[in-house]
Ligand binder design. Structure first.
Ligand code: PHE
Length: 514
């Protein structure tokens, strides 16, 4: 508002309101014929001779920006008949028709059968009787009974009169009985209520002081055509000014879903940093998802409340050598120098099928399949946990996982890699804090500074020997796993994670383009 006002003042200072376009001139001239009148749309259409209200709206807006006209907007709700309402006008309201029949019928005929016999359709009978029941008709041993006929007739007559009153012209909601409006709003297609904006235009003091004689048509070029440009006439011509700041609808084209766009961007950042992409299946064994990561079999995260175990397949067969190795590491540390967890390792437990709870299962399996090849790989994938849905949790979400597996991998390399990643994503302030995971040592949490606070975005660390040795490698492994939706909330400035997956096209349309 303030900006608009300033622009108007600025134009006035330059005397620019005198450069009115033809539409503005015509509208102003028409209004000057009765300078104190409050003009509505049809008055103006008639006075200007226009047949399209767009001209009135456009010229009126320009004139109001020039301070010559004041536009007053009010909204009005108008009520019209819906398709059932139209039908009720010609045939009578359903309850009125049944009520008429009921009063005339013999007491013994006042039953559902009687109603059908009188020609009422099945789809009418149920709702119709429902309406009458709410007005006091009762059903006694299959017969319709009532006592106070005048009250019932009264209400039905009022309803019928209401519907009839709407048959010729729409009425303003304010002028109608609010109880009847709310009654009919609850019934399907009887009435429809539409909000309309009503505008009136009045000359301001400055507008009314304009001289109608000076407001003749001027020759203006509104659109350049090749014909105009070929000649010389344009050199003397006057051009219609364009207001490039005028509000206009934003064209809604197609665009990738913001989540897909974010995934593509993350992918290109890692590829640019020299990483290759890996993938894995949603269905995994507890062995690869947890035991390979030295997560104790008694760990709370392994319970049904946290993990989705599957009934089909219920189990995934694992190689006996792998099971033996993990058993030995878990029970006493194998030859890793660790003491292990001490408890007995359950090979059946390891072969339970589940939906992967993190994408670390992909990187671990990648090492097991390529133990002698140095690698830098990443993956972006869906994971599953039994979370209650709230503002920051979903039972299905995505992780951005990665490893550096090479002879000289080390902690500073891990940290600088993650810092580089976040800097490329537009978050240069990253810090790490000590953390704990059963499978890494040291373990660090990654935090990003955003709007004055540090937000935890993921975990990382160097895989413990209890993890790497059974995989067949002696090189250190830098590993990390970060939440994609958390990052998306930052990038897309959301407070609620659920917004990412709601099919609200308008909101999705408005999310930043990545
Ligand atoms: N898997 C961990 C998680 O789901 C993240 C992580 C990955 C931590 C790799 C350390 C190393 O939160």
């Amino acid at each position: 508002m303030a900006i608009m006002k300033e622009r108007v003042l600025e134009r006035e200072r330059r005397g620019e309101h005198m450069e009115l376009g033809n539409n503005e001139r015509r509208m102003l001239k028409s209004m000057l014929s009765d300078s104190s009148k409050s003009w509505n749309l049809s008055d103006l259409l008639e006075a200007t001779g226009w047949d399209d209200q767009v001209h009135v709206a456009g010229a009126g807006k320009a004139l109001s920006e020039d301070g010559l006209v004041e536009v007053l907007e009010t909204t009005e709700s108008s009520v019209t008949l819906g398709s059932e309402g139209e039908k009720a006008v010609s045939e009578g309201l359903l309850e009125a028709r049944i009520w008429d029949w009921m009063q005339d019928a013999e007491a013994s005929d006042r039953t559902m059968q009687g109603l059908f016999a009188a020609g009422f359709e099945r789809h009418e009978a149920g709702p119709g009787i429902g309406l009458l029941k709410s007005l006091g008709v009762k059903i006694d041993a299959g017969s319709f009974v009532f006592d106070d006929t005048s009250k019932l007739s009264d209400i039905i007559a009022k309803r019928s009169a209401f519907i009839e009153s709407l048959s010729s012209t729409p009425a303003s909601k304010e002028d109608l009985d609010s109880e009847l409006i709310s009654h009919f709003s609850g019934r399907k297609n009887l009435i429809s209520i539409e909000e309309t904006t009503i505008r009136t235009w009045t000359l301001t003091k400055k507008g009314s002081q304009m001289d109608a004689l000076e407001l003749g048509e001027i020759e203006q070029i509104g659109q350049l055509t090749p014909e105009i440009l070929q000649g010389d006439s344009w050199k003397q011509a006057e051009f219609k000014p364009f207001d490039v700041n005028a509000p206009a609808p934003i064209p809604a084209g197609g665009r990738p879903h913001p989540m897909q766009a974010l995934i593509e961007r993350i992918r290109s950042v890692f590829l640019e940093m020299g990483f290759s992409e890996i993938e894995g299946d949603y269905v995994q064994s507890a062995g690869w998802n947890m035991d390979a990561l030295f997560i104790p079999q008694s760990h709370p995260a392994r319970t049904m409340q946290d993990t989705f175990y599957l009934s089909n397949p219920e189990r995934v067969d694992l190689a006996p050598e792998m099971l033996d190795l993990w058993a030995s590491v878990h029970e006493h540390g194998h030859d890793t120098g660790s003491k292990g967890w001490g408890a007995k390792f359950d090979k059946e437990e390891a072969q339970k099928a589940l939906l992967r709870t993190h994408t670390t299962v992909n990187t671990v399996r990648h090492i097991a399949e390529n133990p002698d090849e140095p690698c830098r790989v990443f993956g972006i994938g869906r994971v599953f946990r039994q979370e209650t849905i709230d503002r920051t949790h979903l039972p299905e979400f995505h992780q951005i996982e990665g490893i550096i597996h090479e002879p000289d991998a080390n902690l500073p390399m891990l940290i600088s890699t993650l810092k580089t990643f976040y800097a490329k994503m537009g978050y240069p302030d990253v810090r790490v804090r000590p953390a704990y995971f059963p499978y890494t040592e040291p373990s660090v949490e990654i935090e990003v500074y955003w709007r004055g606070q540090w937000l935890e975005l993921g975990g990382s660390g160097i895989f413990r020997p209890e993890v790497t040795e059974p995989l067949g490698t002696e090189w250190p492994v830098c590993a990390w796993g970060m939440g994609l939706e958390r990052l998306a909330m930052l990038v897309l400035e959301l407070d609620d994670i659920r917004e990412l997956y709601q099919p609200d096209l308008e909101r999705l349309q408005d999310m930043p383009i990545l």
